[in-house]
Design a protein around this ligand. Structure first.
Ligand code: G3P
Ligand code: MG
Length: 250
């Protein structure tokens, strides 16, 4: 595993699986992304009370399950009782929050690549990054493309010590004025920013400094095409089908 993952990154990455079509960060969402023709997905990982890496965006289970309260205070057994699908549509009733291990198995079976975003509960950055790193060392299949990312530099540094060969991306909403210093400090190979803040000039500056540029969350074809024309490497989208169908072939 190495920077070559970035050399083969597809232009379209499914956000939280394909979260425009299925409940985010579930196995159903991962499968939906593959079914729509996506070859690379982004999902978020955080920790349970018993130190198991699970796939979930928020630090609590309120928005995306029928339960409530912080994930970090619940055991995996408690989390597995929750319905993580009904909030989206009744068709997904009974969907569960997957562990990172379960997601890994699905991703491999579906021949996907993964952008794994480390999403620690605030205050739990280093334990989260270290546990995710240990789990990846334990079971991540060497032949499955992996790009790590986080908004948190401490988390990026901690996981970089455990998995120095896996490329890392620095996530930010706006492009920080000291983006280059931050990327260097965290040993990152890519910058991932929110679409509203991305300009043609910034893309050119980041790319000419030798870093990759990813943009989230881009759901309309015209915007995606414009970012790619500016030199962005990939766009992260809730609706990969729209972009796969509508983008000009490069
Ligand atoms: O990794 C891109 C994007 O997922 C970052 O923001 O809040 O959707 O995890 P968020
Ligand atoms: Mg994310």
């Amino acid at each position: 595993m190495s920077q070559s993952v970035l050399d083969h990154l597809p232009r379209v990455i499914g956000h939280r699986g394909a979260c425009g079509h299925a409940p985010e960060n579930t196995l159903a969402s991962i499968r939906k992304a593959a079914e729509l023709g996506t070859t690379f997905i982004e999902i978020d990982v955080t920790l349970t009370a018993d130190n198991i890496a699970v796939i979930q965006h928020d630090s609590d289970v309120d928005r995306c399950t029928n339960g409530s309260g912080p994930i970090l205070l619940k055991t995996l057994a408690e989390i597995k009782k929750l319905d993580a699908g009904s909030w989206f549509t009744p068709e997904f009733a009974g969907e569960r929050i997957p562990t990172l291990k379960e997601a890994t198995i699905a991703i491999r079976e579906l021949s996907l690549g993964l952008n794994l975003e480390i999403k620690p509960t605030n205050g739990w950055q280093i334990p989260t990054a270290e546990q995710v790193g240990r789990e990846l060392l334990d079971y991540w299949p060497a032949d499955v493309p992996l790009l790590l990312s986080s908004f948190n530099i401490e988390a990026l540094t901690a996981i970089g010590s455990l998995l120095p060969e896996v490329p890392r991306g620095y996530l930010s909403v706006a492009i920080p004025p000291d983006w280059e210093k931050r990327l260097k400090e965290a040993g990152c190979a890519s910058l991932h920013c929110e679409k509203e803040y991305v300009t043609k000039e910034k893309v050119a500056a980041v790319r000419s400094a030798g870093y990759r540029f990813l943009v989230y969350t881009v759901n309309d074809v015209d915007s995606a095409q414009q970012f790619l024309d500016w030199g962005v490497d990939a766009v992260i989208t809730d609706f990969p089908d729209r972009l796969l169908k509508g983008l000009r072939s490069s």
